[in-house]
Design a protein around this ligand. Structure first.
Ligand SMILES: *Cc1c(COP(=O)(O)O)cnc(C)c1O
Length: 236
């Protein structure tokens, strides 16, 4: 393989896109008086092959996001994420909780009480304690995952009671809404969660199209795919 080779055109393209994205983050942080170092870029490699993950690792990326547990597990078994952190950012089925705990360093999509016990059981069985984030549905539409805002306090209590490592909140802006407003809502929800769970400092928000608005609202973790890897073929 030539993926570590700077002459490889795909590696060059990823390097350029990564530099442009880091530049956007730096400018957005500076514009809102934030330290660019306080914002973590998670590169979302869903649908892209393990070789792209390896190219990105060679380019210094240490935080990766994947949607599907099975796809993440396959790339992980292939050694692609060695030395890097794997964030699971897709809707999680109860029967995939154990596999998620086995592979992930962070799970951004705790969105219902039913997931708490399977995650806790898997953590106890494997002694692995991934960072858990509560995904919030800002418009209450269950289609894209996320707990309704009103359910968040009870979900926080239940996660804490089960001993999960609750570390923050995550959201995807509802379709057709102003992302800046959605991220401001999420920032307020994080403030409330912090009163229950002081370690829940992470705010996972912002994608290729709206990362500036997320940084301005206080996001600590951005999930960026297409701006770095290219447009995905739609798989649903
Ligand atoms: C795919 C995905 C992303 C990345 O989106 P881009 O628009 O490609 O940057 C971020 N978050 C979630 C939850 C995703 O499913």
């Amino acid at each position: 393989m030539t993926q570590g080779d700077a002459g490889d055109p795909r590696t060059r393209l990823l390097a350029d896109n990564l530099a442009a994205t880091r530049d956007r983050i730096r400018r957005a942080a500076t514009a809102s008086g934030r330290d660019p170092e306080s914002v973590t870029l998670i590169v979302v490699t869903k649908t892209y092959p393990a070789d792209d993950v390896r190219r990105l690792v060679d380019l210094g990326v240490r935080e990766f996001g994947e949607n599907r547990v099975q796809e993440a597990a396959a790339k992980s078994d292939d050694g692609a994420f060695a030395g890097a952190c794997l964030h699971l950012i897709g809707q999680l089925q109860t029967n995939k909780a154990a596999q998620a705990v086995r592979y992930a360093d962070a799970i951004h999509t705790l969105d219902r009480a039913k997931l708490v016990a399977p995650l806790a059981r898997a953590s106890a069985a494997t002694d692995r304690h991934p960072a858990i984030l509560i995904q919030v549905s800002l418009d209450g539409d269950p289609a894209r995952g996320g707990a309704p805002v009103a359910d968040v306090p009870a979900l926080v209590e239940s996660a804490l009671a089960a001993g999960l490592a609750l570390r923050g909140v995550m959201a995807v802006p509802p379709r057709g809404t102003d992302p800046a407003r959605a991220f401001a809502d999420l920032a307020r929800i994080r403030e409330r969660v912090l009163t229950q769970a002081p370690a829940a400092t992470m705010m996972s928000a912002g994608m290729s199209a709206d990362l500036e608005a997320a940084v301005a609202a206080g996001a600590t973790h951005l999930r960026v795919g297409s701006a770095i890897l290219g447009s995905r073929v739609r798989v649903g």
